[in-house]
Write a protein that binds this ligand. Structure first.
Ligand SMILES: Cc1cc2nc3c(=O)[nH]c(=O)nc-3n(C[C@H](O)[C@H](O)[C@H](O)COP(=O)(O)OP(=O)(O)OC[C@H]3O[C@@H](n4cnc5c(N)ncnc54)[C@H](O)[C@@H]3O)c2cc1C
Length: 428
């Protein structure tokens, strides 16, 4: 007889959502988190998109620590001296409350407490080393030489899947599998944020950036989200390119981003509060481990469930949904846990947006992490804008001619632009 029905490894969004669902279904659940309290090890901007959490915590927005709702969304290309942005502000976006800006430290603690309230046993400050496998079946977890037994284990350990690797259930990560995220939290008075970002006290600004000004082959995106009285500023950089360059450190990229003229003004007089680094799954289907086995299921970042197209970075919603679906699969198969019964988890993921998005956008990283998107596009756009708005008392040209000249001056052929642009539109 096992000590627990289910052990959940990691009290991030995936693990806590799974634990809530399992406890609500009457299961005896142990939720183990290495951070103390939960959230201390977690790094996201973060915007939580969607409303999946209401499936396990109805009316969750009433008690959740939501900083602001996204009312201004930007996507911007930065060159050395310019910013070319698409900015979307909408009252409808406010009414729909689709993007909730959260601070992970507060949010993860709140969600783990919900799991505890639902009846799960939450243990913090404990790191699980590996799964215990007996006769091909996972029968529990090992922590510092001790074995804790359970009928099933949900692996929700995040983007650095050491438990899976130590248990021989996935290969080590390569530089293609993950990117490196860095986030700084900067304190600014609430009224300054409202004025500077043109939002009211409930509304929020969220922007993704292409850092087209970086040199030496480095590829990196950036983000800036407004919390209530802090802003989250960060980068997500290609490990491949950092390694190939060998000279640039991730904090150099962060430094250049902070010093960019358009960012510098936004964070002026801010007081740095926190600085943290974390991996972000970026490899898509090719990096995904086996999602189930005899006695275990893999969820969230540990399963490499994220979506990033340069306009949004989403992972928290995928984590919550996969956690709930993993819990559902176990609840439906209580007393008959096997590899075969747990395989239904994959069907559930396929029928949800989680796996469906991963298949639809398979290979998108070849577009988002490309020199065309991150280097050539910003330069071409910058040249076009400059030609349009720099009045020199000369005869004006049609947009097509301006674009053609900009393409040429950036060392590209027009046909190359069309084919790269077409590939980009098809993948995004
Ligand atoms: C810089 C950055 C910005 C991001 N911005 C966004 C955003 O704006 N919106 C969005 O949706 N997503 C964003 N993401 C992605 C998002 O953070 C993840 O997709 C999400 O956190 C995944 O949730 P999870 O529960 O699977 O993993 P995690 O949130 O990583 O949680 C895993 C938990 O497991 C614990 N743990 C790990 N190993 C063990 C162990 N061996 N024993 C016990 N506990 C363990 C960890 O401490 C952690 O609490 C961002 C990521 C980064 C790095």
């Amino acid at each position: 007889m096992s000590e627990f029905d289910v052990i959940v490894i990691g009290a991030g969004p995936a693990g806590s959502s799974a634990a809530i669902k399992l406890a609500q279904g009457g299961m005896n659940v142990l939720l183990v988190e290495r951070g103390d309290p939960p959230g201390t090890k977690n790094v996201s901007g973060a915007v939580l998109w969607g409303d999946e959490l209401s499936k396990v915590v109805p009316d969750w927005e009433r008690s959740a620590p939501i900083e602001r709702y996204v009312t201004r969304k930007e996507v911007a290309f930065l060159t050395e001296k310019s910013k070319i942005a698409i900015s979307y502000s909408s009252q409808d976006l406010m009414e729909r409350k689709s993007g909730k800006i959260i601070v992970r430290g507060k949010f993860d603690q709140w969600l783990a407490r919900k799991a505890k309230d639902a009846g799960a046993m939450l243990v913090t400050g404990i790191t699980i080393d590996k799964l215990v496998i007996d006769g091909g079946k996972v029968i529990g977890v090992m922590q510092d030489g001790d074995v804790i037994t359970s009928d099933a284990v949900i692996v929700a350990e995040g983007a650095n899947p050491r438990v899976l690797i130590n248990s021989g259930l996935r290969p080590k990560l390569s530089d293609h599998d993950v990117a490196l995220g860095i986030k700084e939290t900067i304190k600014l008075p609430e009224n300054v944020i409202n004025e500077r970002f043109n939002v009211d006290s409930k509304g929020g600004y969220a922007s993704e950036f292409v850092l087209g000004f970086l040199d030496d082959g480095i590829l990196s995106g950036g983000f800036l989200y407004t919390n209530r009285d802090t802003v989250s500023l960060g980068i997500v950089a290609s490990l491949d390119r950092l390694r190939a360059n060998g000279m640039t450190h991730s904090y150099d990229i962060m430094g250049k981003f902070e010093e960019h003229p358009f960012i510098k003004n936004l964070i002026k007089d801010g007081i740095p509060d926190e600085y943290a680094a974390h991996l972000v799954p970026e490899g898509g289907l090719a990096s995904m481990p086996k999602l189930y086995g005899n006695g275990y299921l893999v969820t969230g970042d540990a399963a490499m469930f994220t979506f990033s197209n340069g306009m949004v970075l989403q992972g928290i919603n995928y984590a919550i949904t996969s956690g709930i679906l993993a819990a559902e699969t176990i609840l439906e198969n209580k007393g008959k846990i096997s590899e075969e019964t747990l395989s239904n988890y994959v069907n559930k993921l396929r029928n949800s947006y989680v796996l469906s998005d991963l298949y639809t956008f398979n290979g998108i990283q070849n577009v988002t992490w490309s020199d065309f998107t991150q280097k050539t596009m910003p330069k071409i756009l910058d040249s076009v804008m400059m030609s349009m708005f720099d009045e020199r008392g000369m005869p004006k040209k049609h947009l097509m001619q301006v674009l053609s000249a900009a393409v040429k001056s950036n060392g590209m052929k027009y046909t190359e632009l069309i084919s790269s642009g077409y590939r980009m539109m098809r993948k995004m």
